[in-house]
Ligand binder design. Sequence first.
Ligand code: V47
Length: 367
Amino acid sequence: MTSNKDIHETCEKALNGEKLDKKEGISLMNSNDLLLLGDTADKLRKKTAGDIVTFVSNRQVNYTNICSSKCRFCAFYRDKDSQGAYVMSVEDVLKKIKDSVHRGITEVHIVGSLNPDLPLDYYETMLAEIKKNFPEIHIKAFTATEIAFLAKQNKSTIKEILGRFKEAGLGSIPGGGAEILNDGLREKLCPNKASSSQWLNVMETAHKIGIKSNSTMLYGHIETPKDRVEHILKIRDLQEKTGGFQVFIPLSFHPQNTELYRHGMVKNPPGGFDDLRVLAVSRILLNGCIDNIRAYWVMLGKKLAQVSLNYGVNDMDGTVVEERIAHAAGGYSDGCATKEELVMLIKGAGRVPAQRTTDYEIIKIFE
Ligand code: V47
């Protein structure tokens, strides 16, 4: 059991810019002194990012839900022949984007599932057609898990797939599919998809060929505080090597309609206390390494996302428009926020809203 004095010392060490080790990280992740964690994370956030809180004007597109992976935390996937299974044509995807252009979106975030029936050409055509029709829009698409799956399906290499996608218009890679980077846990949660090292390898390869990416962690299911810290430190280690991660996004688990819930393994989503602790500890452990810590309001709820701005957060995701993954699992929202709403939430926390590009360049500050 770590004493409160030790926690204070660890926070002081972080404030002095020192890098924390695993043991220290675990003691923070186990601590109930949320105000101390929040205060430390807030000071580090202020030093790194100032008072600006960024958001992006974007829309998500989930092109298919047919999946061979069948992850036990996922309520979104369907078997090919079951009710509600779908694949969007490239035209459907273009129409979704076209419908959002009037909102001034600068990014499209495309994620699907591991659908064995879709040829590589489908993905390349999708990227090329989006680029042709909407050249100004940044395409952030396909998780590292989807990339690893496509490489295997097409008997190709990660580098080859990423190179082809970059050529076709891919701008960056979202952070999904990381779940929890621990193969023992992955065996229980998602045995049919990329391992921890495969996920990290896709990211490392992407960074090396000039494709930036995001990073996530799915928490609040069967993982322990130690698993969380080990996950964050794996992301930190890779960032020290490549510098290619733009942001870290903790994803708060929603259990409804998932196998974990049906089997009685997880009954409730994490509480707000735990959500704030994860965000604060992420800021503290990634200090000096990843500058942006994002509150994904779709999974946290808008009010808690606003409060999290005092717990190390400097980024709020985006307008999103339509979200299906958390929604299928009993999430708080269908995923829609207007720019005005995000500006209001950020101002309401006494901070300065700024619209950003996917690459974290500021487009407009809302004084
Ligand atoms: O990989 C799946 C998670 C991820 C559930 O990079 C769940 O900008 C909660 O990665 N409850 C997809 N989470 C979403 C994602 C993401 C979202 C927003 C921005 C970015 C970015 C990335 O959602 C999956 C998985 O980790 N997930 N099921 C669930 N029941």
